[in-house]
Design a protein around this ligand. Structure first.
Ligand SMILES: [Zn+2]
Length: 195
């Protein structure tokens, strides 16, 4: 990808040919319209908020807090190469994504106490870049706001807005540290890195 014309900017009306990428903590980056968000994050990691530092990174697969929503423990499993969908990868990488996801889910259950996590893999028509959302269903937040996560009657989009970084920053850091420590303790999780 070409080097994006990066700037931090609070404006919400990008000039023609550009779009604004928003990141947790309220930083906005102005990039050319053709810029892939996943590739942009990989290319400009040092300019992203520190809270988005991966909890797992083998050079190809990354796991980190979601870059937009402040739900504590909201993990995203992604690949660094610009690959759009699961069927466009080699099977060894598909296997590794399954293995890493398995252990992230275990960390979410065993360390974060999550009985239910929703996983989404949204393929986009434009600039698809594979990533798997692992969204924690925090029972108290759901109960107090009447959130129904079932796919055919879902108001999960509202659930996402219930969490602000100002209120959740400590919880997000606690969750990322728990998942990071859990994954670091899995023997050979870094072995067999393949594209
Ligand atoms: Zn990409």
């Amino acid at each position: 990808m070409s080097e994006p014309n990066v700037m931090s900017c609070p404006a919400d009306s990008p000039p023609p040919g550009y779009r604004m990428l928003e990141f947790l903590g309220g930083s906005f980056h102005l990039v050319p319209e053709s810029t892939c968000r996943g590739c942009y994050m990989n290319a400009t990691e040092q300019r992203l908020p520190e809270i988005l530092t991966p909890v797992f990174d083998d050079g190809i697969i990354t796991v980190r807090q979601d870059a937009e929503w402040a739900v504590p423990g909201f993990m995203v499993v992604a690949v660094r190469p610009h690959i759009g969908a699961l069927d466009e990868m080699g099977l060894p990488l598909v296997d590794r994504i399954g293995r890493v996801t398995h252990y992230v889910r275990r960390a979410m259950r065993e360390r974060l106490g999550l009985a239910a996590v929703q996983m989404y893999q949204e393929e986009k028509l434009e600039r698809p870049h594979f990533h798997l959302w692992m969204l924690p269903l925090w029972p108290d937040a759901m109960a107090s706001h009447g959130i129904n996560p079932r796919i055919y009657e879902s108001n999960i989009a509202r659930y996402l807005t219930l969490f602000s970084l100002a209120e959740q920053e400590a919880a997000i850091r606690r969750c990322t540290e728990e998942v990071r420590a859990y994954l670091a303790g899995i023997p050979d999780l870094y072995a067999g890195t393949v594209l």
